[in-house]
Design a protein around this ligand. Structure first.
Ligand code: GLN
Ligand code: ZN
Length: 791
């Protein structure tokens, strides 16, 4: 039976919704299960309850029950892992977890995600330019693919049983393969043959997707959402033509091999950016609808729109990435432009729908529960639930005319006006200071001239030892912070408790014999939120959790206005630590790019301008630290690479402003003051030039797991500043031995001159326990001494 008509798709839909629950129910249930407090059955029940309440919530917010406008996007851990298991791509090392039918149960699923004993988990990496991390599937030349899991289908049936027709959401085959890592076929994850890339396996993978679509069709799903965000990026190590050809082939097969309604109608989505060439490719296939990100991307060209023919355009005009109320008038203008470009009758013919630019899982649930926020600021914000309201308002304006939503349009315009006029949004003194920034503010004398001055001032040995900043955040620290938040502990008593902590950390470091000490950062709940709480122009939420990976959530701050520093932030802590020792104590700040990357940032001016303001506030802090006698100041930029644009053409501009922001923050110091930076990733390649351009005197980076592989590349690029390749993998509880560390340091010393080389862990120690940290640092110091003697 063939049915050529497209099933109705509601004019209002969203591409996805936060998965963790408004009270982080899923997090608590899963972690309770891991800790043995909850049985597996209880976990399944908790997850079912969350799915039910989520669907009920989406219905109550106005999404349709019977038109596939409610996405089916539940995941116990990660949407990429889900697809890997659906298509049977479980790395061979996990084989013993499979049952007789080759299926992986939920405990096995968690093992693939988190590892267990000697079973290393899948790697984790950033999802596009967001702060969400996905699990990286491992695909080899002969990884077998088969439909190994039908959770997608059973979740559809579960909702259908409750009377709700969902639209299952599945990562599409091209993005799945591009996001995967090439491996050899044997169990230990050895490197793949150099001419192999997972995309080579497309033809083998497509039949599994076809089978899945067939199963969904049989279950009665009118629509499926196949997400292809990877098509908007052009920075894969596969040429663009090849990516586009793969997309053309994939959707030629998936959209045509089965006639409808044997398969659901396909909504192929392109989130996280715009790419007309990818839209054109989809136009040439049989997919029924295309989702466009019109927040990051522009309205496609007239030719691209015309080529879409009778496909439904699902227009992502409400941002899934930020927390600001949508400019509804601007969104309506975009929708009008689209309608015109699609021939002027798209709305009338049901070929234009309104949606979010991405899934809403990057934003918190509901702004109305944020009682602690200033009501005026709150009135400018839209979290997931409010964004659904906006989607519905816009859809109603399309179908019934703007008069039908005049009240909503007015309210939105009013909120925009008060935001624009608020005294904290544009502060003349901040603007004046930004206007006065001069070329010279970004520059220090050449490194070669500063280095000897610093060496003389600091008097450090070759191969000095240090840490990245934080020491374990103990239960006592967390308790004290919680008690202070509940006002059960006075500010004074809290400060005393933290000072005691600092004293302990300083004494420990002296005992261990580290050369450059830190205060340990006990007073910081989070390396960004701490600064947000102490700078003007930021607000913090109480419940605004968003998923970072698995059950881990973060609460991004909201940068809403011009940024100033009302008072020194870190100086007191650093000075206190320095008063306890004769060794140098490093000052410790979070850099401007990382502060932006891990906050929700204002959308009314370019990111570069906001970065300049944050940089100026930090510049003052750096100056105050220096004036207080701090000879070494570290400014962390672990997120520098995270914001790297997905389109190659945009990268230079980004690297220019991000590097400038760092330099503006750090270049106001005297020659003898040593500026450090810290970056938390080992694949340095793409940003090596930028890291050099930061002009920091010393850069510490992650390197333990990759066994210093990066160093030759660094040397090759002519990077000739101080460098501290991490020698202790702090992501693991394992304590590295002296020999192991000495070997890594010796390997580093073979490439980097001793006077430029530092010995330090990969990252901060806040997530580790003292039982691991103390012996690991003892070994680090011993190994550094050994290697130092050979220099
Ligand atoms: N200074 C911070 C710490 O040690 C750096 C953390 C990070 O790089 N993410 O915790
Ligand atoms: Zn780090």
């Amino acid at each position: 039976m063939t049915d050529s008509t497209i099933p109705r798709l509601s004019t209002a839909t969203i591409l996805g919704y936060p998965r963790i629950g408004p009270d982080r129910q899923l997090k608590r249930a899963i972690e309770g299960y891991w800790a043995g407090r909850l049985e597996l059955d209880d976990l399944e029940v908790a997850a079912l309850e969350l799915r039910r309440s989520t669907r009920a919530r989406l219905l109550a917010l106005g999404l349709g029950a019977d038109d596939g406008s409610i996405p089916g996007d539940f995941s116990f851990y990660d949407q990429v892992l889900d697809v890997a298991l659906t298509v049977g791509a479980v790395p061979p090392r996990f084989e013993r977890l499979l049952d007789a039918d080759g299926r992986l149960d939920l405990p096995g699923y968690f093992t693939v995600a988190r590892g267990e004993g000697d079973l290393a988990p899948l790697e984790m990496t950033k999802w596009f330019d967001s702060n969400y991390h996905y699990l990286v599937p491992e695909i080899g030349p002969t990884t077998p693919f088969r439909l190994a899991d039908d959770r997608v289908v059973s979740l559809f049936l579960e909702a259908a049983g409750d009377g709700i027709t969902t639209r299952p959401v599945v990562l599409g085959p091209v993005s799945f393969l591009l996001l995967s890592k090439a491996v050899a076929d044997d169990a230990d994850g050895a490197a793949a043959p150099s001419d192999f890339t997972p995309l080579d396996r497309l033809e083998d993978l497509l039949p599994v997707y076809t089978e899945l679509l067939h199963a969904l069709g049989q279950a009665g799903a009118p629509w499926v959402q196949l997400e292809e965000p990877a098509l908007v990026a052009d920075t894969w190590d596969v040429p663009r033509e090849r990516v586009l050809a793969a997309a053309a082939r994939a959707y030629e097969v998936l959209a045509d091999e089965l006639a409808r309604p044997e398969r659901p109608a396909i909504l192929a989505t392109l989130s996280y950016g715009g790419a007309d060439d990818a839209v054109d490719v989809l136009s040439g296939t049989g997919v029924e609808a295309v989702g466009l990100d019109l927040v990051r991307g522009d309205v496609p060209s007239a030719a691209t729109l015309a080529a879409l023919g009778d496909k439904v355009v699902v227009a992502g005009v409400v941002s899934g990435r930020n927390v600001w109320r949508t400019d509804l008038e601007a969104a309506l203008a975009v929708l009008g432009e689209l309608d015109a470009g699609l021939g002027g009758r798209a709305v009338a013919e049901g070929r234009l729908a309104v949606t979010t630019s991405t899934s809403l899982f990057h934003v918190p649930h509901d702004v109305r529960v944020e009682r602690g926020l200033d009501p005026e600021l709150r009135s400018w914000l839209a979290f997931a639930d409010q964004k659904i309201g906006e989607v519905i308002t816009l859809a109603t304006a399309l179908t019934r005319g703007r008069d039908a939503v005049a009240g909503e349009l007015d309210a939105a315009a009013q909120a925009r006006r008060t935001r624009l006029e608020h005294a904290g949004v544009v502060r003349p003194e901040v603007r004046a200071r930004v206007a006065e920034v001069a070329e010279a503010d970004y520059r220090r004398p050449p490194f070669a001239d500063r280095a000897p001055v610093q060496a003389a001032a600091l008097g450090l040995p070759e191969l000095p030892t240090t840490t990245i900043g934080s020491f374990p955040q103990t239960t006592e620290i967390r308790r004290a912070r919680a008690a202070r938040a509940r006002r059960e502990l006075s500010e004074e008593a809290y400060t005393d408790a933290m000072r005691t902590e600092v004293r302990g950390v300083v004494e420990l470091q002296e005992r261990l014999g580290l050369d450059v000490l830190v205060h340990g950062e006990p007073e910081r709940n989070d390396m960004v939120q701490y600064f947000a709480e102490n700078l003007d122009g930021f607000a913090v939420t109480e419940h605004g959790w968003v998923q970072s990976y698995g059950t881990r959530c973060t609460r991004p701050s909201i940068l809403w206005g011009d940024v100033t520093r009302p008072a020194p932030i870190t100086v007191g802590w650093t000075r206190y630590a320095a008063s306890l020792t004769t060794r140098p104590v490093k000052g410790m700040l979070t850099g401007p790019v990382t502060i932006l990357a891990w906050s929700f940032v204002r959308d009314d001016q370019p990111l570069a301008d906001t970065a300049t303001q944050v940089a100026l506030a930090l510049r003052d802090e750096v100056g105050d630290l220096e004036a207080a006698g701090t000879g070494i100041i570290q400014v962390d930029e672990p997120a520098l690479r995270e914001l790297l644009p997905l389109r190659a053409a945009d990268r230079d501009a980004y690297l220019t402003w991000s590097v400038e922001a760092f330099r503006l923050a750090t270049s106001g110091v005297r020659d003898e003051t040593q500026v450090h930076t810290h970056l938390c990733y080992s694949e340095f390649g793409e940003v090596i030039g930028a890291i050099d351009a930061l002009d920091a005197d010393v850069t510490s980076i992650e390197a333990a797991r990759s066994k210093m592989e990066i160093l030759p590349a660094i040397a090759e690029e002519g990077f000739s500043r101080g460098i501290g390749p991490g020698v202790y993998d702090i992501h693991s509880p394992r304590v590295p031995s002296v020999e192991e560390i000495a070997e890594l340091l010796a390997a580093a010393a073979a490439v980097v001159p001793g006077r430029l080389l530092w010995a330090n862990p990969d990252c901060g120690l806040k997530t580790r326990r003292y039982e691991e940290v103390v012996p690991a640092l003892e070994n680090l110091v011993a190994a550094a001494r050994q290697v130092r003697a050979t220099l």
